[in-house]
Design a protein. Structure first.
Lengths: 441, 462
């Protein structure tokens, strides 16, 4: 869509500012199932979100049809829709910062690697899994590779672009023992084949699937526990909204009124880090064009700040924390984190298990979209994990409910591990906690 | 828009390297949204989803691609990309499109449709006003309107050439009540395949009050003590138990490769005698209904389980190649960006003989799950979970105190066998179901049922 044509027509209709956020993305992916090609996908998208200021209101329109002939329809919508909005929260079309941090993302080395090599890589993983277990039923190995470019351009002179490429390998194992089927799923991001230790990956998925056989539930009660980093990642993600000023504004954050106060234990520090070394798609600016920066959300248990975009910053009389991100291209700017990190402690995972002594390790939590109360921090979630006896992992347990409160957990964390893993924008180690309520047998 | 001859030409070209099936899915969708907090209209939104998806099959070897460029050149580029994946004997050299009679399962002909936001914002404001005015403890009231007007053209080398129009619309209400440091929320919703005209007689105030009442009740609720209980699951959105515990396990995408606990069990007893479960995409103007599924096949009323016996799966076109089972009009996708697969439409347990009160009176000690939230399932193992938005203890056949944090988990195959009472008050609830072909509009429904010995998680009793 021609920005100058859009601008010209917008001004002619009385729109005073206009901005286009455009996104061009291409991807290719395939799934190998049981050593056969099951599916290949390609995609090519070119979409835009247009925001305009008319009659002192900001309105947005998302379109996947970027022909110039659509411009009149868009302008018409922006002018008529604005009359319905009665919210008086300040809004911004931003002119940009004077300078931005220079961000260098690692090179995407798979770009020019032939597709057949990628297929062979996935096939190799599938074959190794099959050869490593006597319980093989089905396995799918999927490879996804995407390239995206986003650009923000507006009538205040903002003109920024960001490009990124990445790939992900997904492995889903289904093993069968008698009539019992168990499965395990693992995803890993990669920029080159060297980023994946195939033997380690195969050993992990085979081990994590096989250990589930003959698993029973666990006796109901209160247990000392380790929340494994995989499970803790889910919880952190589910409660991350408490740090968002947009959630605060709606009076839905349990951190309301608590800036500058101790909310968690001394051993808990949480940061929003846009330049985390493992993030292969670091960005120097948010989706409004504000520079990103590290935000220390919690330091030694003390809650420092919410995350703000330009609008909520003005509303609360604060400064933007460079957190004005769109949840999707087709949505308006809201607030989000970049990489959410629970800072590691000193103890290794093995040391945590030894220190647990007798208790339970929670490795997986499901049903987070329904079993989490974001207002109170309470949660009740279907879980799986391992029992620990005398400092040693014994049996796998499954189909029980872990109940607790997120705030209580982070106030009663005995130890923070140093086994951090990063995936999906969250980097966290495992933690040892005083107690969790378990409902099972 | 391409004409029939151009489409035919592109489909044949797509098969020119050996694919035995090609399908094009053109889409132009407009969505609208309204977001109201208390008495302020925070946002109105409009999206145009526009593009085309191409699917090729050679046996079970499937390729899929999509683009926003629906011009002839754009589709030709996609065709050339995908046909490059095949290299074998040509089997498709022509296509004869069949004329399909129009269906009126979704019928908007008598409804006025309006793109304007007047009524949409007015109704949302009525919801939040009623919500807030109910009680001084209500500190937040939010309502939303969402509308999804989808026009599709589906054509394939089997002769399908079908257009369909869907118009899902829904109002939601959410309220937050506060008493001291205690904050709890409540919610309610109503929708269907309806234009805004279809809501003109709806009681929006009742919807707003329903959300607030739930939030107020939950302020008084105590944490449930985890354990094993008999659970009376209410009607309407209580149907999510069947959806999560069993519905996904009856989709061909899981069954075809044996990755479902219900695989290879047609004709066998899989549920208690009192259970008859149906997936019906033909309920007039219902939220999950379609005239044609997203592969261009007529939707059907599929009896999945009858008196406890497994009668049918939900099967899409591709999986008929793996299963000895006819297609059931169950091929669905969120948009042109997704390859279709077997999905639910309006899925429900049918009415039984009991009155609602009979189930409560017959329960000495248990839980009444009045309103369920969402959940999830692992179809291969059958393990599922879902949370309750509103629940109560049952003591000596009476509903007593409200409970919070009630999470129900179990195994779908086992749960079906543990249903022992089914009431006669079936209603539907509206939700979005997520799976491999994206997020689709799906109704869940049931009458009130009782399930014996369910594992219930909760934070109480510490």
């Amino acid at each position: 869509m021609d920005f100058n044509k859009l601008k010209e027509k917008a001004f002619a209709k009385g729109i005073t500012e206009i901005e286009i956020y455009s996104s061009v993305a291409n991807s290719v992916d395939f799934t190998i199932t049981d050593e056969e090609m099951e599916q290949r996908n390609v995609s090519d998208s070119n979409v835009a979100y247009i925001r305009g200021v008319y009659n002192n209101q900001l309105v947005g329109y998302y379109t996947e049809n970027l022909e110039d002939g659509e411009i009149d329809k868009i302008i018409d919508y922006l002018t008529t829709a604005s009359e319905y909005i009665t919210d008086d929260t300040p809004f911004f079309i931003y002119e940009g910062d004077k300078e931005y941090k220079e961000v260098v993302n690692p090179e995407f080395k798979l770009k020019d690697v032939p597709l057949q090599d990628k297929i062979d890589f996935a096939l190799n993983i599938n074959r190794k899994i099959k050869a490593s277990t006597k319980y093989y039923f089905h396995t799918s190995v999927a490879y996804y590779e995407g390239t995206s470019s986003s650009a923000i351009k507006n009538t205040k002179g903002l003109d920024l672009e960001h490009h990124g490429s990445s790939a992900i390998i997904y492995v889903m194992c289904d093993f069968k023992k008698g009539d019992e089927v168990k499965n395990f799923y693992k995803a890993k991001r990669l920029l080159s084949f060297d980023d994946i230790n195939v033997d380690e990956l195969v050993n992990e998925v085979v081990r994590e699937t096989e250990c589930q056989f003959d698993a029973k539930s666990v006796k109901s009660g209160t247990y000392k526990a380790i929340i494994h980093r995989d499970a803790l990642k889910s919880l952190l993600g589910a409660y991350s909204g408490a740090f968002f000023s947009t959630v605060l504004k709606r009076k839905l954050s349990f951190l309301e009124g608590k800036e500058g106060t101790k909310v968690f234990g001394d051993n808990i520090s949480i940061v929003d880090d846009p330049f985390y070394f493992e993030d292969t798609n670091k960005q120097a600016f948010d989706d409004e064009g504000v520079s990103t920066k590290q935000n220390d959300l919690v330091t030694n248990g003390v809650f420092n700040t919410f995350l703000y975009n330009l609008s909520t910053a003005a509303y609360f009389n604060k400064k933007s924390t460079g957190s004005g991100f769109k949840p999707a291209v087709n949505a308006n700017v809201s607030v989000d984190f970049t990489t959410l990190r629970l800072l590691p402690g000193a103890k290794s995972y093995d040391e945590l298990v030894k220190e647990l002594g007798n208790g339970i390790i929670i490795t997986s939590l499901s049903g987070l979209h329904a079993g989490v109360n974001a207002l109170t921090g309470d949660f009740n979630l279907q879980s799986s994990g391992f029992m620990v006896e005398d400092g040693k992992i014994t049996r796998y347990v499954t189909l029980f409910v872990t109940s607790g409160n997120f705030i209580d957990i982070l106030n009663n964390t005995l130890e923070v591990g140093n086994d951090t893993e990063y995936y999906g924008g969250i980097a966290t180690p495992s933690i040892l906690v005083e107690s969790l309520n378990i409902s099972g047998e | 828009m391409l004409n029939k001859d151009q489409i035919k030409e592109l489909l044949v070209l797509a098969c020119s390297t050996g694919a035995d099936f090609a399908e094009l899915y053109f889409e132009n969708t407009y969505t609208q949204g309204v977001n109201v907090e208390l008495q302020k209209v925070m946002n109105v939104s409009k999206n145009n989803i526009h593009g085309v998806g191409l699917r090729l099959l050679k046996g079970l070897d499937e390729s899929y691609g999509y683009t926003n460029d629906t011009s002839y050149e754009g589709v030709l580029k996609l065709v050339n990309q995908l046909k490059g994946f095949y290299n074998s004997r040509v089997t498709v050299t022509d296509v004869n499109f069949e004329e399909e009679a129009s269906r009126t399962i979704l019928d908007f002909s008598n409804n006025n449709r309006s793109n304007a936001f007047d009524l949409k914002t007015e109704y949302c404001l009525r919801i939040t006003k009623a919500s807030k005015d109910l009680d001084p403890k209500i500190i937040q009231a939010v309502s939303t309107y969402s509308e999804h007007v989808q026009e599709v053209l589906i054509c394939n080398t089997n002769g399908v050439f079908v257009t369909d129009e869907r118009n899902q619309a829904r109002f939601t209400a959410m309220a937050v009540a506060q008493d001291g440091a205690n904050k709890q929320s409540g919610s309610a919703q109503y929708g269907g395949n309806l234009t805004i005209d279809g809501f003109k007689d709806f009681d929006f105030e009742e919807l707003g009050e329903k959300a607030s009442k739930q939030a107020l009740v939950m302020l008084e609720a105590e944490d449930v003590v985890g354990g094993v209980y008999d659970v009376v699951i209410n009607n309407c959105f209580g149907g999510v138990i069947f959806h999560e515990a069993c519905g996904h396990g009856l989709e061909a995408s899981a069954v075809a490769r044996g990755l479902s606990v219900f695989a290879n069990k047609l004709g066998e007893k899989v549920a208690a005698d009192c259970v008859t479960a149906i997936d019906d995409g033909t309920i007039v103007n219902e939220w999950g209904s379609l005239n044609y599924d997203d592969e261009g096949h007529k939707t059907n009323k599929n009896v999945l389980i009858e008196d406890g016996v497994l009668k049918s799966y939900m099967v899409d076109f591709k999986n008929t190649r793996l299963m000895d089972h006819k297609a059931t009009g169950s091929g669905r996708r969120e948009s042109y960006k997704y390859c279709p697969t077997s999905r639910m439409t309006n899925t429900y347990i049918d009415n039984g003989p009991y009155e609602f009160d009979d189930l409560i009176k017959a329960t000495k000690y248990g839980i009444f799950a009045k309103d369920l939230g969402g959940g999830s399932v692992n179809p291969a193992t059958g393990e599922y979970n879902f949370g309750c938005n509103e629940a109560y203890l049952i003591e000596d056949g009476k509903i007593t105190k409200p409970l919070k944090g009630v999470t129900l988990i179990g195994n779908g195959a086992e749960t079906l066998m543990k249903i022992d009472m089914v009431a006669n008050n079936r209603e539907f609830g509206y939700g979005m179901c997520g799976s491999s072909s994206g997020s689709v509009h799906a109704c869940v429904g049931q009458p009130t049922i009782r399930v014996r010995n369910m594992t219930v998680g909760g934070n109480g009793g510490k």
